[in-house]
Design a protein. Sequence first.
Length: 352
Amino acid sequence: MSWVDALARPEIVALKPYEHAAWRPELERLHANELPWSPRADAADAEGLNRYPEPQPQALIDRLARLYGVAPASVLVGRGSDEAIDLLCRAFCRAGQDAVLVCPPTFGMYAVSARIQGAQVHAAPLRLEAGFALDEAAVLERCDASTKVVFLCSPNNPTGNRLDTTAIRRIAGALAGRALVVVDEAYIEFADGASLAADLEEFSNLALLRTLSKAHGLAGARCGALLADPQVIALLRKIIPPYAVPRLTLTAALAALESAALAATGARLATLRSERVRMLAELPRLRAVTRVWPSEANFLLAEFTAAGAALERAAAAGLLVRDARAYPGLAQALRITIGTPQQNDRLLEAWS
Ligand SMILES: *Cc1c(COP(=O)(O)O)cnc(C)c1O
């Protein structure tokens, strides 16, 4: 039995997947109960929204594989990386028996998806006093036979720091064959360090989450990817809903991945980084701000003398920032997304 089949839920390994309508674009489609005409409002796509989309669109998979530097068989695309998080919990965690491990304060979807699946959520908190560094020993200590998926977020949301890649590699090595180590790289395009994509080959239990929602500006399109061992991808393809990439999303994603669009994205990332440097310098000069943590993402975590009042003043200036006060240890913290230079100016003005 392969290590993936041994780790996954037996009923998912045994599952006979839904057979979607065959994808034979060379033939005229009288096999999927579609209407033979496009809706009137459909001007977007020659193929037409009356047709079901290609289940795992090969052109997009090939393009993402090239962009991320992995083989196409290592790519699963879906509705944002949120969908991949959900599929991982479903495929690997038996309800009432298995667990995931998270490192709070971190992105809330890992715990939510695990709980929806009925899995336990174990925690190995980041070390606040060490700039939210990964607690490698605690991660390994908290992992037991029930732990199927370890979620690490790097750069981490909401703290903005990148996790030590050497520690991640050691964790993946120590958990080989025992648990999947999933590194969420939603913000890696904003970071100084590189993706762990080059390590997938060496660590077959390592998996990466990537998304077009942040750096590529396509949050509204809902498109994300899981990069993992082809056996993990094949398992998840059995349970992903049959038409997980809508036609409109495919069109928008392919357009965003053309070379001219990627060049424009690169220029915007440069602007965003310089605004991040500026905000990191300016925010601590405000009396209302007691601390700003360095960030490799497109947001800054800041601590205020009175976060509630700061939220109100931002709102009075027409700006919404994220309340981070519910995270343990962050009682007066807000998470500030880097906006346009003008928006950033307005925020600084509101708090000065
Ligand atoms: C925004 C974000 C995502 C992206 O989710 P999508 O479903 O791809 O939009 C994933 N992980 C983290 C940590 C995020 O902050």
